[in-house]
Design a binder for this molecule. Structure first.
Ligand SMILES: [Zn+2]
Length: 244
């Protein structure tokens, strides 16, 4: 499976994968996966899963790195944030969670589903990110080096606080029903505290979003106990793996 993500112009159009072709029956399936980031670049992870008029966003990361990547954070999403029913967050790193405050600022009103530890780590990271965005804008205005008058932050601390109020905690290894009839199961992914792979069953299909994975034998993570490894999670359709 090849993802393409043009870096200029319209960054969203080339990564849509209709999941119908993966099924051998003639049953009409409308499940579609669109990569909005985290493809052809390792940051900005956002995967939009669509079933009819229902939309679930898996991860909501910031583009980071060189200026041409960071500028992608200012491009509007191809769908209105208000039309997204839920966000599933695999872990709290900024390249997977850092766009959440902006998504909320732009109209998202659903819930954000994450493990308890991911929620706690995300609170630290997102508030800090909002603070730094505000300080960067203040500095640019004070020094007058931005072409924007005034320079504005992508989001601020208040936006991060609003996003934090929208979290719903989902335990590891339990099937959990999402809006629109999808079923989410978080499985241990190692990597950082709270990190999970998101196993989603929807419309008769099962899709695993690995998120970032830890290593085998890490004494701090349940990987070490053999509770779940990438190979032991039985997935019969598609695995979405990070490029790193
Ligand atoms: Zn990560």
């Amino acid at each position: 499976m090849t993802f393409l993500l043009p870096m200029n112009g319209t960054p969203w159009k080339a990564a849509e994968i209709p999941l119908t072709s993966l099924h051998s029956t003639s049953e009409a399936i409308m499940l579609t996966l669109t990569s909005l980031g985290g493809a052809s670049t390792v940051t900005g992870s956002k995967h939009l899963l669509t079933n009819g008029d229902k939309r679930i966003l898996i991860d909501c990361g910031l583009f980071q790195g060189l200026k041409n990547l960071r500028e992608l954070n200012w491009a509007p999403l191809p769908v209105p944030p208000s039309s997204i029913d839920a966000v599933v967050l695999t872990h709290a790193h900024l390249d997977h969670s850092g766009y959440l405050p902006r998504l909320v600022r732009d109209g998202f009103r659903g819930r954000i589903y994450a493990t308890a530890a991911t929620r706690d780590v995300a609170e630290l990271i997102l508030k800090d990110s909002g603070f730094l965005n505000e300080k960067d804008a203040e500095y640019a205005n004070r020094k007058g080096f931005s072409k924007h008058k005034p320079a504005l932050p992508l989001y601020g601390v208040r936006d991060a606080e609003r996003a934090m109020a929208m979290f719903t905690i989902v335990p590891f290894q339990d099937a959990f029903e999402l809006p629109g009839g999808a079923t989410l199961t978080f499985r241990y992914a190692g990597h950082i505290l709270g990190a999970a792979s998101a196993d989603i069953e929807w419309g008769g299909r099962r899709i695993a979003f690995s998120g970032d994975l830890g290593r085998y034998g890490d004494p701090l993570e349940p990987f070490a106990s053999g509770a779940c490894t990438p190979r032991s999670c039985r997935i019969d359709q598609v695995r979405i793996l990070p490029l790193t």
